[in-house]
Design a protein around this ligand. Structure first.
Ligand code: ADP
Length: 492
C-alpha cells in the first residue's frame, strides 16, 4: 500500500519527523488532505529550546553585527517575493483564504522582514545627559535570549513574520508554534530562513496542540519572552504563566470592533468599507468590524444597501479568481458561527441576509457560511459582545454621540474601530474617545508595518510593528563610566 510521505518539521535546525501525535493539514474548501505530519513532542521542544539557547549564546551569533542580521532578513524578504505564488497557494490550502488575500499576506511578510532589517540596522542606544559631572552613562539594547512565538491560523505567514523578524533582528532565537490547522506556511518560512543563512538552532518550528506543545514552550525556564496572537482566554492563561516566570509577553488577542457610519458619510464608500471590514477573510480576523453603528437618520437606507452588497459577494472556492469569501477554517468552527446566529434568532434578532451555509451544491464539501447581517439586538446581547470570528455583522442605530460612545465602548475588547464621516474634525474627536488601539477613518483593515498595532482592554498587551516593535524583544542595559579620579569618596 502507498504510504503517504510524512512532512518533516524543523527541530533545532534539522528537518525530521516530529515525535508527537499525528497532525493533518486539510483544505477547508473540500476537506482534502494537504499534508500529514507528526506534531512535535515535549522532548522535541526540550531539544529545540536547549539548542536555541546554546545557539543564541554562542560567540558567533553574539558577535553578529546588526547589519549582518539585517542581511539575513533582507534575503528572506527576497526569497518570499521570489516564491510569492507558491507561498500564497500553500496558505490558501492551509486555511482556505482566497488567493488574493494570501498573496497580500506574503507581500506583508516580505515587507515586515525588510522593515525589521532596517529597524535593526538603525537601532541606537541612548546616551543620557548625566545629572552631575563625575560620570557618563549610556544604555544599550540587548537580546532577551529564547523567544516563544505562538500564532493562530487566520493570517499565518504574516503574523509569524511579525514575530520572527523583530525577534531575530534583535539577536534572539525563536521557537515558533503555529496553529494546529496551519503548519505548512510556518514550515516553509523555516526553509527560507535556513536558505537565507540563519545559523542552525536559532529557529525551530514546532507544530502541535496548544495545550501540549505551546504550553511546554511557554513554561520552559529557558524561554524568556512570549509573543502570542490568538484568543483572549488563551492569552490570559499564558500571561499567568509568564507572570510566574517574571518574563514579558506581547499579546494580540480578540476583538469585537465597532464601525460607525455618521450621518454625513459617503454612503457608497461606507457600505463597501463595512462589508469589507467584516466579510473579508470570512470575518476570521481579530480586527473584523463586527458591530455596526449607523446614525438613525440613514439607518434603513444603509442596511438596505449593505444587504445588497452582502448578497452580491462571491462566496466560493478560494483558488478561483474573483472570490470574496472562502470557506471557514473547518466544520467545527462553522458550527460555532452558526450557533451564534441561532442564539441571535432565539433572542429576537432579525437575520436580514445570510444566516446559513450557501445552497450551491458545488460548495457542499467545504465549511462555507454566507455573509450575515443581524439587527434588532441590544448591545448587551451575546452576539453583540462575544467574538464570533465569522462573517456575522450586528447592526444598531444610534441617535447622538454620547449614546454611540457608551455603546461602542461597552465591550471587554478594544482592538479596533472604524469611522465613516465627511467631517475629519468630528471623526478625530470621536476616535480619541474610542477605547481601542487602532482607528480607521474612511477606510478599514488597512495596515502598515511602520504603524504600531495592539489592543486596549482585553484585546491585548504591548504593541507589535513600528520602529519600536523591535524593542519588545530586547532588554536595556545601562552602563556608568566613572570620570572622577576619586570615584567613591566615601567616609574620606
Ligand atoms: P484561536 O481561537 O485563534 O485558535 P487560540 O488562542 O485557541 O485562538 O489559539 C491560538 C494559538 O494558541 C494556537 O497556535 C494554539 O495552538 C495556541 N494555544 C492554544 N492553547 C494554548 C495553551 N494552553 N498554551 C499555549 N498555546 C496555546
Amino acid at each position: 500500500m502507498h504510504k503517504p510521505r510524512i512532512q518533516p518539521i524543523f527541530i533545532a535546525g534539522e528537518w525530521r519527523t516530529g515525535r508527537g501525535a499525528p497532525l493533518i493539514s486539510q483544505f477547508p474548501a473540500d476537506g482534502s488532505v494537504n499534508a500529514e505530519l507528526r506534531a512535535a513532542s515535549v522532548e522535541d521542544v526540550e531539544e529545540a529550546v536547549v539548542m536555541a539557547d546554546a545557539a543564541q549564546r554562542s560567540a558567533a551569533w553574539r558577535a553578529t553585527l546588526p547589519h549582518q542580521r539585517a542581511a539575513i532578513l533582507a534575503r528572506v524578504s527576497d526569497l518570499l517575493l521570489s516564491r510569492a505564488e507558491e507561498l500564497a497557494a500553500l496558505q490558501t490550502r492551509d486555511n482556505g483564504k482566497p488567493l488574493a488575500e494570501t498573496r497580500a499576506l506574503v507581500a506583508s511578510a516580505a515587507g515586515t522582514a525588510r522593515y525589521f532589517a532596517a529597524a535593526c540596522e538603525t537601532l541606537e542606544g541612548e546616551l543620557p545627559t548625566p545629572r552631575n559631572g563625575d560620570f557618563m552613562t549610556f544604555s544599550q539594547y540587548e537580546p532577551l535570549g529564547v523567544v516563544g512565538a505562538i500564532t493562530p491560523w487566520n493570517s499565518p505567514i504574516a503574523s509569524e513574520m511579525q514575530k520572527i523578524a523583530p525577534a531575530i533582528a534583535a539577536g534572539n532565537a525563536v521557537l515558533l508554534k503555529p496553529a494546529e490547522a496551519t503548519p505548512l506556511a510556518a514550515l516553509k518560512l523555516a526553509e527560507l530562513f535556513q536558505e537565507a543563512g540563519l545559523p542552525q538552532g536559532l529557529l525551530s518550528v514546532l507544530p502541535g496542540r496548544g495545550s501540549v506543545i505551546g504550553e511546554a514552550i511557554v513554561r520552559h525556564p529557558l524561554v524568556r519572552k512570549i509573543s502570542f496572537t490568538g484568543g483572549t482566554t488563551t492569552g490570559r492563561h499564558l500571561a499567568h504563566i509568564a507572570a510566574d516566570k517574571l518574563i514579558g509577553t506581547s499579546l494580540e488577542l480578540g476583538g469585537k470592533s465597532p464601525t460607525i457610519i455618521c450621518a454625513d458619510a459617503n454612503l457608497e464608500q461606507a457600505v463597501k468599507g463595512v462589508a469589507y471590514g467584516i466579510f473579508s477573510s470570512g470575518g476570521q480576523a481579530c480586527i473584523a468590524g463586527s458591530r455596526l453603528f449607523v446614525h438613525r437618520s440613514i439607518y434603513q437606507s444603509v442596511l438596505k444597501q449593505l444587504c445588497q452588497v452582502a448578497r452580491q459577494l462571491r462566496v466560493g472556492h478560494p483558488e478561483k479568481p474573483g472570490i470574496h469569501v472562502g470557506p471557514l477554517i473547518n466544520e467545527r468552527h462553522r458550527e460555532q458561527v452558526a450557533s451564534y446566529v441561532e442564539r441571535a434568532r432565539a433572542e429576537g434578532g432579525r437575520v436580514l441576509v445570510g444566516g446559513c451555509p450557501p445552497e450551491d451544491s458545488a460548495l457542499a464539501d467545504g465549511s462555507y457560511y454566507l455573509p450575515t447581517v443581524i439587527e434588532g439586538l441590544p448591545n448587551h446581547s451575546v452576539v453583540c459582545q462575544e467574538e464570533i470570528f465569522g462573517p456575522v455583522l450586528v447592526a444598531q442605530p444610534f441617535d447622538d454621540e454620547a449614546s454611540l460612545l457608551a455603546q461602542a465602548n461597552d465591550s471587554v475588547y478594544g482592538l479596533a474601530a472604524g469611522i465613516w464621516s465627511a467631517d475629519y474634525r468630528a471623526a478625530l474627536k470621536l476616535a480619541e474617545q474610542l477605547e481601542v488601539g487602532t482607528v480607521w477613518i474612511n477606510t478599514y483593515k488597512k495596515f502598515s508595518i511602520s504603524t504600531p498595532f495592539g489592543g486596549y482592554k482585553e484585546s491585548g498587551l504591548g504593541r507589535e510593528k513600528g520602529r519600536r516593535g523591535i524593542l519588545a524583544y530586547m532588554q536595556q542595559k545601562s552602563i556608568y563610566l566613572g570620570l572622577d579620579p576619586n570615584p567613591i569618596g566615601w567616609c574620606d
